[in-house]
Write a protein that binds this ligand. Structure first.
Ligand code: FAS
Ligand code: PHB
Length: 393
């Protein structure tokens, strides 16, 4: 396999890597994306469902927004169910008109793949054993294996957009890398069903039996979650058991009208808060889940990847177009400032709504007081809303 040369090698063909590759290509900057899995495998993942307005803007800037703008649904608020009732958070009312868009990550990824294909972007699937070399030098390169042959790509920069289990973060020396982690004592059992959503807007439910979430992908595709112990396995839960437990955790008005149906996807995701610092080491930049993970309670995971890509795109464009490295040099500090605020919000919302195994009666009352304060205070609701729609980039 002949050696190749490019300006930026991107490891990982998930939403982070694809979005950056598309933005750079439109700015005349050459990239090669190395993805370990097949495209079908990547597109088979069911993950995030809520896009901040910043993410929506970036998809439009990338020219990958046509289907999103047609099929995505703008949401102006969501509900919190507690003590048998629904209270609404008025996102647009509390943020001078800002909203979120409900549009699945699977569709975002599909749109980005289509946009890359339309521009003739180079994505190498099933690239195995990707390895980063000489990242401290100004002549780094990447090797990988494809159908038994070894390939080499010489480049100026490498972006690690290869998720939590990728190779990039592990390429930063242990005495340089600092990792911060908090693992939650429960997981989310998620179900996708071809049924109409429970309500027009999302419902985050706090219940003594545990957290639940009613979300959706479109008018005929719903996404539900219930908090489960870490010891639970997917095979422990039949569809009937899932629907019965979900209904127990929802106000009667919602449970009674819930349309159930067979699950077309069912999985358990662990919850953790995680940040790796720094997000740059020599010619290597980390972006998205490769650098940080949040509990999905605040719908921040995918959206944090977007702000990383925004900062990185700005820095790489300045470098290649104007020879200015200011934005690249400040990338890690700038991205981490927004990441830690989103980590805080996701941690706070997770503590507000989940039943922790070791909660004392006092802890339960304090948690309820937190909710009572929230719905008695304009300032508290404005604070939640500005975090949920997305803090400024
Ligand atoms: P990704 O993990 O999506 O993509 C990384 C890509 O790199 C993958 O395609 C992988 O195959 C590839 N890769 C890995 N190692 C490689 C290697 N060595 N060589 C080449 N390629 C390699 N966020 C929300 O906002 N809401 C949610 O409800 C939500 N639910 C989630 C559920 C689950 C089970 C998981 C795991 C995450 C969830 N997230 C959620 C977060 C998720 O959406 C991420 O934030 C998002 O996928 C981040 O995108 P990327 O940074 O591109 O990482
Ligand atoms: C989803 O629709 O998958 C979803 C929505 C909001 C969240 C988490 C997941 O906070």
């Amino acid at each position: 396999m002949p050696n190749q040369t490019t300006q930026v090698v991107i490891v990982g063909g998930g939403p982070s890597g694809l979005l950056l590759s598309q933005l750079l290509h439109r700015a005349g900057i050459d990239t090669i994306v190395l993805e370990r899995q097949t495209r079908d495998y990547v597109l088979g993942r069911i993950r995030a469902g809520v896009l901040e307005h910043g993410f929506v803007d970036l998809m439009r800037r990338a020219g990958a927004n046509a289907r999103m703008d047609l099929e995505g649904v703008v949401h102006h608020g969501f509900h919190i169910a507690h003590q048998g009732r629904l209270d609404r958070i008025d996102l647009s009312g509390r943020t001078a008109g800002q909203t979120v868009m409900v549009y699945g990550q699977t569709e975002v990824t599909r749109d980005l793949y289509d946009a890359r294909d339309a521009m003739g972007g180079q994505i190498i699937h099933e690239a195995m054993n990707v390895a980063l070399h000489d990242i401290e030098s100004d002549q780094p390169y990447v090797t990988y294996e494809l159908q038994g042959e070894t390939g080499r790509i010489d480049t100026k920069f490498i972006v690690g957009a290869d998720g939590f289990h990728g190779v990039s973060r592990r390429s930063i020396p242990a005495d340089v890398l600092r990792e911060y982690e908090k693992v939650y004592p429960f997981g989310w059992l998620g179900v996708l069903s071809q049924t109409p959503p429970a309500t027009a807007e999302l419902i985050y439910a706090r219940h003594e039996r545990g957290f639940a979430l009613c979300s959706m992908r479109n008018a005929q595709l719903s996404r539900y979650y219930i908090q489960v112990p870490l010891t639970d396995r997917v095979e422990d839960w039949s569809d009937v058991q899932f629907w019965e437990e979900l209904k127990r955790r929802l106000p009667a008005e919602v449970a009674d009208s819930l349309k159930t149906g067979p699950s077309i996807e069912k999985s358990i995701a662990p919850l953790r808060s995680f940040v790796a610092e720094p997000m740059r080491y020599g010619a290597l930049f980390l972006a998205g889940d490769a650098a940080h993970i949040v509990p999905p309670t605040g719908a921040k995971g995918l959206n944090l990847a977007a702000s990383d890509i925004y900062y990185l795109f700005e820095g790489l464009s300045d470098h290649f177009q104007r020879g200015d490295d200011g934005a690249l040099d400040s990338y890690s500090e700038r991205a981490l400032a927004r990441i830690w605020k989103a980590e805080r919000f996701s941690w706070w919302m997770t503590n507000l709504l989940h039943r922790f195994p070791d909660m004392s009666p006092a802890d339960v009352r304090l948690q309820q007081a937190d909710l009572d304060y929230l719905f008695s205070s304009d300032a508290a609701q404005a604070s939640l809303a500005e975090n949920y729609v997305g803090l400024p980039y």
